[in-house]
Design a protein around this ligand. Sequence first.
Ligand code: ATP
Ligand code: MG
Length: 387
Amino acid sequence: MTPFLPGATIGVLGGGQLGRMMAVCARQMGYRIVVLDPSARCPTAQVSDGVVVGALDDVEAARHLAHQVDVITLDTEHVPADVLAELEAIVPVRPGARVLRTIQDRLVQKQFLDGLGLAQAAWAPAGDAAELAAGLARVGRPAILKVRRAGYDGKGQVRINEGPEGPSRSIAADPVAQLARLRGEPAVVEAVVPFVREVSVVLARGLAGEIRIYPIAENVHRRHILHTTRAPAPMPEAQRARAEAMAVSVAEALGHVGVMAVEMFELAGGELLINEIAPRTHNSGHYTYGACATSQFEQHVRAVCGLPLGDPRALTGAVMVNLIGDLWAGGPPAWQHVLAVPEARLHLYGKYLAAPGRKMGHVVLLDDDAERALATAESLISRVSRA
Ligand code: ATP
Ligand code: MG
């Protein structure tokens, strides 16, 4: 197929920070960007050539966008697959409806991974209280209840503790109350994994099936939100190869086109379990923008436009720390402290409201000494805060 060369227009469904950073790279390469989002002031719209204001499940608005662009891609996996299927009749959509149908429902995603024979935490459907009780009996406690659709940053998740004999007996004893906390949405329940660390494999798959893999990232979460990433993750070679092979088999089985990330738990014995798949650029890949020859955002543009993929090689080690809305509690942070550090790169997403728990930006430290960079990251976070 002929590639969409610079000068073409890329449509983006969803106007968050991932779309924004992709748009910045795309425009640098000479592409035009039109975004669909409920807000005309969303992070992506601020750096786009055009914006269609509409909800992500608004088929008419999405069609209106499709008629203005050459190819469509996504900022979020929560665009309904049925909407993508409609758009595919108008322009190429990458990744398409088929990929999203598998990913956007946690239950279908888990069945897909089981079908590939890839290890994951013990899980069971939890559509109602009876199913949850049966599921808990299977997966054991502690467990986590997760809504099937539209969760992110730990939203739509409830932890179920030890059980009748454990510390949180009242919560644990009442599955109905657990489901009510998810407002009755269909859920899955999974065993809490005693991981020693979390890693993610970010890779790109091109139109012809070619694959480029970024150095594996090690991720630390706080309150279910990504806090820091370091790359490359300090992993033995054989284990790195296993993690990569798992991610590649996911990308190939999906027939994915674009960047995607596979989040994994590593157990004490070295076993790797897949946590979840993100069919898009990923927070743990932000370090690639600055640290790698080709950032995940440029790579995604290349893949969806049918161009040769870029070199994913890291030119330096890197640490990324997320800037969460809580940091704004005492007023706008004192960014000069970040900008005074030579190896620091500041990224802010242009969000107008700094709500607690909301991802507002991140800092990447370009440094081969990960321990030193992590220490710098923490000290910067406390120095920029005015609280
Ligand atoms: P995001 O989209 O930001 O990745 P999410 O809402 O889809 O988040 P998950 O990735 O399912 O959520 O979970 C967020 C984090 O919570 C995980 O990265 C991990 O730290 C923790 N977590 C989730 N499930 C489990 C589990 N089964 N065992 C242990 N920790 C878990
Ligand atoms: Mg996750």
